[in-house]
Design a protein around this ligand. Structure first.
Ligand SMILES: Nc1ncnc2c1ncn2[C@@H]1O[C@H](COP(=O)(O)OP(=O)(O)OP(=O)(O)O)[C@@H](O)[C@H]1O
Ligand SMILES: [Mg+2]
Length: 337
């Protein structure tokens, strides 16, 4: 019989946290919790907390410990990770301590931001605690060979941060990032409904609209889908619904998406010429939850005139990559921090 694994890979994302061992995903939950204001007890984490978001009362405080892809509330991040690990149902983790504990971290992070993540991990006793840059992990998770001297352009459009890196020889040869990603798009949708339709909607509803009919390439009007959005009329103060169509929505998403496009453009501009030649052949690899936005592939292909590969499972790439590193930490020593 095998001894229970004492190794854990963590993708502590702005919106979703995935816990994985060397073999499989143990848990995937939203990176949110709800705390009782009176006794500071955690009332709910993950999916259950997400359901309660924007529906709590004054005693219950919803908390999102990450902003812009990094920890903005250290105490809550510690609670979130502890509660989620508890829920994997693997008592060996907490009672016997970890051997390897490896977490993804955005590439464009300050030492202070990385310290906050290490503090979160150091609450557990582990022999080895390491960080892996998320775009590097995403590349591995997408099955790319990061060791060869062939430039690969990886774009990760997550919830809080978009990172664009050129990877070669297990390192990052050029990068750009912008703290504009899914959350910024949701906020833009929320703001649009307020300004144009006099309709107050929550961020969860805004995200739902984006997931259902979000589009970054203006569709032909006759083929545009529509979606019914429910919220509160700002003038009358009563619950109402409004229809939005995809053409309208593609214009709403234009501003945040232009910032993401600019980020890709800048990374190509600073990319060394030999690697640019590789990217001309291999193209752009897009991952992160927002990679599945409709029209994204067409739009990037049209703007950059490069092949575009959309990750078929963009919510999993980072955790798959970190899990691969966990399986062979010695082989991937060069990318451990
Ligand atoms: N079907 C979908 N269509 C459009 N967007 C989606 C879809 N599914 C998820 N998303 C978006 O993907 C984002 C979450 O993706 P992901 O889990 O990669 O982010 P994260 O890793 O938590 O964030 P970060 O990488 O910034 O730390 C959210 O903005 C969510 O709205
Ligand atoms: Mg991510």
């Amino acid at each position: 019989m095998f001894a229970p694994s004492r190794n854990l890979a963590i993708d502590l994302g702005n919106n979703n946290t995935l816990l994985t061992d060397q073999h499989k995903i143990l848990l995937s939950e939203p990176s949110v919790l709800v705390v009782n204001e009176h006794n500071h007890k955690v009332e709910a984490v993950g999916e259950k907390a997400y359901e309660m978001f924007e529906k709590t009362h004054e005693n219950l405080k919803p908390v999102k410990p990450l902003k812009g892809g990094v920890i903005s509330d250290g105490d809550s991040a510690k609670k979130l990770v502890r509660e989620l690990i508890n829920r994997t149902g693997k008592p060996s983790f907490l009672s016997r301590g970890f051997n390897y504990l490896i977490s993804g971290v955005p590439f464009d992070t300050t030492p202070v931001e990385q310290r906050a993540l290490r503090d979160t991990l150091e609450q557990f006793s582990a022999h080895h605690i390491h960080l892996v840059y998320e775009p590097m992990a995403a590349a591995l998770g997408m099955g790319l060979n990061i060791k060869e001297p062939e430039g690969k352009l990886v774009v990760d459009i997550g919830g809080g941060i978009t990172e664009v890196v050129v990877i070669s020889l297990s390192g990052v040869a050029a990068f750009q990032s912008v703290r504009v990603a899914g959350d910024a798009m949701d906020e833009e949708i929320q703001d649009y409904f307020r300004r144009v339709h006099n309709l107050a909607i929550g961020l969860k509803t805004a995200e739902q609209v984006k997931k259902k009919i979000g589009c970054v390439f203006e569709p032909v009007a006759s083929q545009a889908e529509t979606y019914c959005v429910k919220g509160k009329d700002l003038l009358e103060g009563i619950p109402v619904s409004r229809w939005i169509n995809q053409v309208e929505l593609s214009r709403v998403l234009e501003r945040p998406f232009q910032q993401i496009e600019e980020c890709i453009h800048q990374s190509l501009q600073i990319c060394p010429p030999e690697l640019a030649g590789d990217i001309y052949k291999s193209g752009i690899y897009v991952t992160g939850g927002n990679a599945v936005l409709k029209g994204l592939s067409e739009r990037l292909r049209k703007i950059f005139k490069l092949p575009v590969h959309i990750d078929p499972q963009p919510l999993l790439s980072v955790s798959r990559g970190v899990s691969a590193v966990l399986s062979e930490p010695v082989r991937y020593k060069a990318i451990l921090r």
